[in-house]
Design a protein around this ligand. Structure first.
Ligand code: FAD
Ligand code: NAI
Length: 328
């Protein structure tokens, strides 16, 4: 019987590793504490349709990722997003067009990881609390007291703070993961019945509690019934207001949005807030992946590279490549 490889995390890093390992003939089993895939690249179903509260779009600069994104596009999982971009700085809103190609999942961000997951053996709502070695193989313990295994190797594809405990069997790797600081982001969605009177569809914001805002309906395939906006606070504001109630966060960021548009903004017909505790690594790294090849333990994720979708995908590819190579 083939002993499978365990992958903890079904974000883009874990699914990138899963896809590469499957393509090279390995059997994988995936685990995620959430009820669906995507992690920070997921979408939330709401009364205002499906909302991308985490990753807003992604760029592809590495040749390998460009090829993969073209494949997603040909499968209908991803499409180009060409927003009317603005900047807000020193109280001024200015148009800021550029030549950058930006991609989004279609019709929602989570379409990409849903596509990659097709046919994979996955356990959702399963938070792994321990990765331990039996006589020959690896086993996983979950938060409900269940155990899973045996596994020949384990790939940990979670944010660094969550990877640290799971890497306890490889103290050096655990030490590296423990040294990665990840910053939070408060995300808010506001939906308006009457479209806001602005041509803006995306905005890079400075000198404000806000860091970014996007008009949901400008992305391909989205619900256009309401004019829904996704607002992201800066890391600094999010850290300072980490324990604020969702209602208060919505009120603050709604106010910052009104200030940016220099208008008395209507009350939203729908609003929600989501706190990403581990949104982005405070600094970039160039590890690509962390590996203890002798033990058969690997860690990957955006924090091993650029803190972006592309970095997470490349990190998963490299974990899979190193693992496959160790068996040749
Ligand atoms: P994740 O997506 O975090 O996946 C990790 C998975 O592991 C999750 O599904 C989680 O549920 C699971 N997990 C964690 N612990 C356990 C456990 N103990 N047991 C089981 N499962 C576990 N990137 C861009 O390129 N462009 C953007 O515009 C952009 N905007 C962003 C905005 C926000 C608000 C946030 C939060 C992120 C943004 N990013 C953006 C970053 C991008 O989303 C991430 O770089 C990328 O999605 C990370 O993928 P990952 O697979 O490394 O991690
Ligand atoms: P990108 O090339 O579009 O943007 C990179 C940065 O360049 C932007 O943050 C912005 O400061 C600047 N920029 C780009 N186009 C601009 C324009 N037309 N006008 C003015 N400034 C412009 O995309 P890339 O490199 O793929 O970055 C991804 C984005 O995701 C970044 O904006 C980053 O801040 C954001 N992100 C947010 C996270 C969060 O937790 N809020 C986590 C990870 C990424």
């Amino acid at each position: 019987m083939t002993v499978p490889i365990a992958i903890i995390g079904t974000g883009i890093a874990g699914l990138s590793a899963a896809q590469a390992l499957t393509e090279t003939g390995h059997t994988v089993q995936l685990f995620d504490k959430s009820r669906g895939s995507g992690g920070r690249m997921s979408s939330k179903r709401s009364d205002a349709g499906s909302l991308d509260l985490g990753a807003q779009y992604f760029t592809a600069r590495d040749r390998r990722f460009v090829t993969e994104v073209q494949r997603w596009q040909s499968l209908g999982w991803a499409a180009e997003w060409t927003p009317q971009l603005y900047t807000f700085q020193g109280g001024q809103l200015n148009m800021s067009p550029d030549e950058q190609t930006r991609w989004v999942g279609a019709p929602r961000m989570s379409a990409i990881t849903r596509g990659l997951l097709d046919g994979m053996d996955v356990h959702f709502a399963c938070r792994i609390t321990e990765v331990y070695r039996g006589e020959q193989h690896w086993h996983l313990q979950d938060a409900e007291g269940g155990t899973h295994g045996p596994f020949s190797h384990v790939v940990i594809a979670t944010p660094a703070p969550q990877a640290t405990a799971l890497l306890a069997a490889a103290p050096k790797l655990a030490g590296v993961a423990a040294g990665v600081k990840m910053d939070p982001t408060w995300a808010v969605a506001l939906a308006f019945e009457k479209p806001l009177d602005t041509p803006m569809e995306g905005c890079f914001v400075q000198d404000s509690p806000l860091d970014w805002l996007a008009r949901n309906r400008s992305k391909p395939g989205r619900d256009t019934t309401l004019d829904t906006w996704v607002l992201h606070a800066t890391s600094a504001w999010s850290r300072q207001h980490i324990d604020l109630s969702k209602e208060a966060v919505i009120e603050h960021l709604h106010g910052a949005f009104a200030e940016l548009l220099h208008s008395a903004m209507p009350a939203p017909t729908f609003s929600l807030a989501h706190r990403w505790l581990y949104a982005r690594p405070a600094t970039g790294h160039e590890w690509t992946t962390l590996a203890d090849v002798d033990l058969g333990l690997y860690a990957c994720g955006d924090w091993c590279l650029s803190g972006r979708v592309e970095g997470a995908w490349l990190s998963g590819q490299e974990a899979a490549r190193r693992l496959h190579e160790s068996l040749q």
